[in-house]
Design a binder for this molecule. Sequence first.
Ligand code: UTP
Length: 242
Amino acid sequence: MPTREPRTARPVVVSIGGSVLLTGDDDVGYLDRLAALLRRVGQEGPLAVTTGGGRTAREYIGLGRKLELTEVELDELGIEVTRLHARLLAARIGSPTPAHPPTTLREVVHELGRASPVVLGGTEPGHTTDAVAALLAVRLRAARMVNATNVDALYDRDPRAYADAHRIEKIPWTEFRALVHGAATGAAGENFLFDRLGADSLARAGIPLAIVQGRNLPALEAALRGRPFDGTQVGGAPTTPP
Ligand code: UTP
């Protein structure tokens, strides 16, 4: 009698902001621990990871803007930096993670069929690596997407400016999309709250988004595993009980 293949875990996608990867504060220790975490979680089920460009990308984009490069050329500079970060993280994770980061979603889907985690940077001009991760999550029918960012949660207003700012634990997609669309113009190198295309894509597909402080590795691990975590849940509760 033919045996049925065991159901494989649904993929998880995480975007790690460039401002989380390189802060100037124990970056080596952090990258080492992050790589170990991603390797461990990636061995248990398909995991795709995008890396942002952070300050380095913005420096090049700033330089290019002074040289009057077009927005598309500036985006392309940003993409190169995100890929540099992907290469750094992939190399630390090691085999079977491809050392050469895929450059298209199609390539990621292909690579994930034989390796996990797969790490990549940007794909094409006009959005950020958050959008790349979101589009991948939709393509892969991911269980969830995690945004590892440099704030510990979403607030109703800037917590640095307002002492009474409220931390948001849970927010529906409609409200989150309104926030995101109000916050960004879409210029190259702009630091979005979250990418508009990314938010719209996840909302349409009904894929929940977890926002966590990426340097808080226990929170990041809980979010990756679909457990309750310290941060903000957008559009739906974690899918797996603790
Ligand atoms: P990031 O994904 O790093 O954007 O891409 P970000 O919002 O600055 O995020 P942090 O600070 O790393 O968390 C950097 C820039 O590269 C270009 C865009 O100009 C973006 O602002 N980019 C990136 C693209 O054009 N396409 C991509 O797929 C990725």
